[in-house]
Write a protein that binds this ligand. Structure first.
Ligand SMILES: [Zn+2]
Ligand SMILES: [Zn+2]
Ligand SMILES: [Zn+2]
Length: 325
């Protein structure tokens, strides 16, 4: 039985006792059209004109977080733990088994973006849940065992630590300067123009100053916005899809394993450590992080939380820019 445990020293929550089932040995893909009976029933799907599904979402058959559970917060002396209440859904991004993101059409990206937004907005309604994490792993080196293109949606009863750090630092910056941290970073990146990979009217893609991985890219709106799911305006959505499509073509030329994660605002307007009345809508700025994990090119080491990479973000940005797409 899996449970959530908090390390009181680092403040980090872990899921312990979860069994990873590698299903690649089954020889039949549960995500391919025609095999829908091998997965739990559909929660939501978007259909093509011919009535077949274009994207499909259903509960994970081996969920890390379980919707029926209760938090059941409890202590064990100095330690805190709780049940793994939450949700874990799978989004099959495309009916085609071997298509990867670099091959998706604008329309196919649009279906994915719409389904991501739908699931985030829907799961945010459950007040027990504190964060909705949408991510995808591509390639075995990034920990994906089913090749068919898919994403995970995790709704968690805690804020993941990386998000907590981002919220914390964004809040401090805003409280001190009355400005959003990522809005400030955008202005500087545009001014310096050393790490920018791609730009259009509404979106910017750049390699972050202290990248953890070679070819790490963040994509973010150039206007201030805290929630991914508020991306509804047609012109902005098209700009987002165009920049994402162009970045994924470049990324897949240079690496064959990556993680993509959406960082959107948490399900609360104020974080527990805040004592002022600033809201996360003011200080948090949504973005997606693309983290290549291809060991052939990225001989990164992770030693005691220090990431060591051979390529500078300035070199990564220049290589990504020079890929013709
Ligand atoms: Zn398949
Ligand atoms: Zn901002
Ligand atoms: Zn982030």
């Amino acid at each position: 039985m899996a449970e959530l445990r908090k390390d009181p020293v680092s403040g980090n929550w872990c899921v312990v006792g979860y069994t990873i089932i590698k299903r690649s040995s089954l020889g039949i893909c549960p995500f391919c059209p025609g095999n829908e009976n091998l997965t739990p029933p559909t929660i939501k799907e978007i259909k093509n004109e011919d009535g077949t599904w274009a994207v499909r979402c259903f509960p994970a058959s081996n969920p890390i977080f379980i919707i029926e559970a209760q938090e059941n917060k409890r202590g064990e002396g100095i330690y805190d733990k709780m049940d793994n209440v939450g949700a874990h859904e799978i989004i099959v991004e495309n009916p085609n088994h071997s298509k990867t993101m670099s091959g998706f059409t604008e329309k196919e990206f649009r279906y994915i973006v719409d389904l991501y937004s739908d699931r985030i907005a829907d799961l945010k309604k459950d007040r027990r849940l504190k964060y909705i994490l949408v991510f995808k792993n591509h390639g075995e080196l990034a920990g994906s065992y089913i090749f068919h293109p898919h994403s995970h949606v995790l709704a968690t009863p805690i804020i993941p630590q990386r998000l907590e750090l981002e919220l914390y630092n964004s809040h401090i910056h805003y409280a001190k300067k009355d400005r959003c941290l990522l809005c400030d970073i955008i202005s500087q990146e545009l001014r310096q123009n050393k790490r920018v990979v791609s730009i259009n009217n509404n979106f910017l893609a750049f390699c972050p100053f202290a990248s953890r991985f070679p070819f790490e890219v963040w994509i973010l709106p150039r206007y201030h916005s805290a929630d991914f799911e508020s991306l509804t305006e047609e012109e902005k959505k098209i700009d987002f899809i165009n920049i994402l499509a162009s970045i994924m073509k470049r990324i897949e030329r240079l690496t064959n394993a990556y993680t993509i994660v959406i960082h959107t605002s948490p399900n609360m307007k104020k974080t527990p450590w805040q004592e002022d009345d600033i809201t996360v809508d003011d200080y948090f700025h949504w973005h997606i992080e693309i983290l290549p994990r291809d060991l052939r090119y990225s001989k990164y080491k992770r030693e005691d939380e220090f990431y060591v990479i051979p390529t500078t973000p300035e070199e990564s940005a220049s290589m990504l820019r020079s890929e013709r797409v």
